[in-house]
Design a protein around this ligand. Structure first.
Ligand SMILES: [Zn+2]
Length: 451
């Protein structure tokens, strides 16, 4: 890949070269006998090993041998709060029953349990080769006590189902709290402050907001988050059109989720006329409103929304999506999807409409582990026609774009952050297939330039 084989930065003195049988840059063809030069926490060169080693002679060389070196994986949707709920909630027929069950489990957990859960989740994600997570937390106040060993884009989860009249107050309070924590998302163990995920390339703050879902967060709460996102350029994420019961609730004003929420006192006057997607697009202004333009590598401009799920869409929803001027990012969680037996995820239709689709693990209350490799394989089983290199993009370049880090993460390219993982490989053919098939903990990885 001579295109990027130039040294672009010598700000730091400490350099090293990592050599592998193959380097998958996500920028084109794999590089056989490839190498990556790293200076401090940045990639400064990539190409064939002889060229890279000649350009950086005298540097320490780490030879990974028969391995494929690839960008660290990015989990675009998870809830590390609930790592400790693995195996605790058997799959249920009704989504409302699952919410009841998780609420009962959550009631048993203490602050210490949540701290342990998040810490354990980070360690597990890292073991499986994840170097960046988009993590929703219901407890932003706990985050200052946690040292994240990988890059983290935190989202404060917001629910006002019991007090919608206080939506603005709640959002503003959480926003003030996360603002003060903004520097808390930095990586552990550095002698000088490293760029937190969001600060790389002057991006958005690394605390985003997560109105939980249309059924638990009010219209005012969504609108307030939207206002803040436009004002401060922060990322937003939400759960949308996940279950049949959510569709029934909003479109038909009926079903188990409707009954459950009515029972706990939610104002149900917004139900009975729109699909969840139509309602969401109304709340955010149909996706056609002005937004700060960003330099991205595709010819579409995306909103600051990362939308999880979108399993339940009607034909009229697809008409709306087709006419939306700007797109949002979509996260699909294949194994959680199987657990809930949701309707088929409309991958091909969304892709045809040029939505940016990523993968996430969701929480361990509906999944067995935090491996994105297992997630890629589960996706492959449901979409056997999609090539493994395109599947790998969903946990690298696509996810980086969703997090507004497309110029810093998700590729092995000079100027990008040195987040790398390697998996055993026996060379081409079927290189990407071997990567997706990799099972088990990662042998070698680098996060922010550190092995
Ligand atoms: Zn979720």
């Amino acid at each position: 890949m001579a295109a990027f084989a130039t040294v672009i930065d010598r700000r730091y003195s400490k350099e090293m070269i990592v050599r592998a049988r193959t380097v998958l840059t996500m920028d084109g063809a794999p590089i056989e006998n490839g190498a990556v030069a790293i200076s401090e926490n940045q990639i400064i060169d990539v190409g064939k090993f002889p060229g890279v080693s000649a350009r950086h002679s005298g540097q320490e060389i780490i030879d990974l041998g028969e391995q494929a070196l690839l960008p660290g994986l990015i989990n675009a949707h998870c809830h590390l709060d609930y790592t400790c709920l693995r195996g605790k909630i058997p799959s249920r027929k009704s989504f409302a029953d699952w919410i009841r069950a998780i609420n009962a489990e959550k009631a048993k957990l203490s602050e210490q349990d949540y701290l342990g859960s998040i810490t354990e989740g980070f360690a597990e994600a890292k073991r499986f080769g994840t170097t960046t997570v988009a993590n929703l937390t219901a407890f932003p106040e706990l985050v200052s006590q946690i040292k994240s060993p990988i890059r983290t884009s935190w989202f404060a989860e917001l629910i006002d189902v019991r007090s919608p009249e206080r939506a603005n107050e709640l959002v503003d309070l959480v926003r003030r709290r996360t603002d003060s924590l903004r520097r808390g998302g930095e990586l552990i163990g550095r002698t000088r402050p490293e760029p937190a995920l969001s600060e790389v390339e002057g991006g958005a703050p690394n605390w985003g907001l997560a109105p939980h879902a249309l059924f638990t967060a009010s219209t005012n709460l969504y609108r307030r988050c939207e206002e803040i996102a436009r004002r401060d350029d922060v990322l937003l994420t939400t759960h949308l059109a996940e279950s049949r019961e959510e569709m029934e609730m909003f479109r038909d004003a009926s079903g188990p989720l409707y009954e459950f929420l009515k029972e706990i006192g939610r104002d149900m006057s917004d139900c009975g006329d729109q699909t969840p997607l139509a309602r969401f697009l109304d709340l955010i202004g149909r996706g056609g409103s002005p937004n700060r333009p960003r330099a991205i590598e595709v010819d579409l401009s995306y909103l600051h929304w990362i939308v999880a799920h979108l399993n339940e869409l009607t034909e009229s929803d697809f008409d709306l999506l087709e006419t939306a001027k700007r797109k949002f990012h979509v996260v699909h969680s294949p194994r959680s999807h199987v657990y809930f037996a949701h309707s088929e995820f409309p991958f091909k239709k969304l892709r045809a409409l040029r939505f940016n689709i990523c993968l996430g693990t969701d929480s361990l209350a509906s999944n067995e582990n935090l491996s994105l490799f297992a997630e890629m394989r589960a996706f492959q089983r449901s979409e056997p026609g999609i090539s493994p290199d395109q599947i790998l993009e969903m946990v690298t370049v696509n996810a980086a774009l969703a997090l507004h880090q497309e110029n810093a993460l998700g590729r092995i390219r000079p100027g990008f952050q040195a987040d790398l993982v390697s998996v055993p490989c026996s060379g081409s053919p079927n290189l990407f297939e071997q990567v997706v098939a990799f099972d088990g903990p990662i042998d070698w990885m680098m996060v922010n330039g550190r092995v």
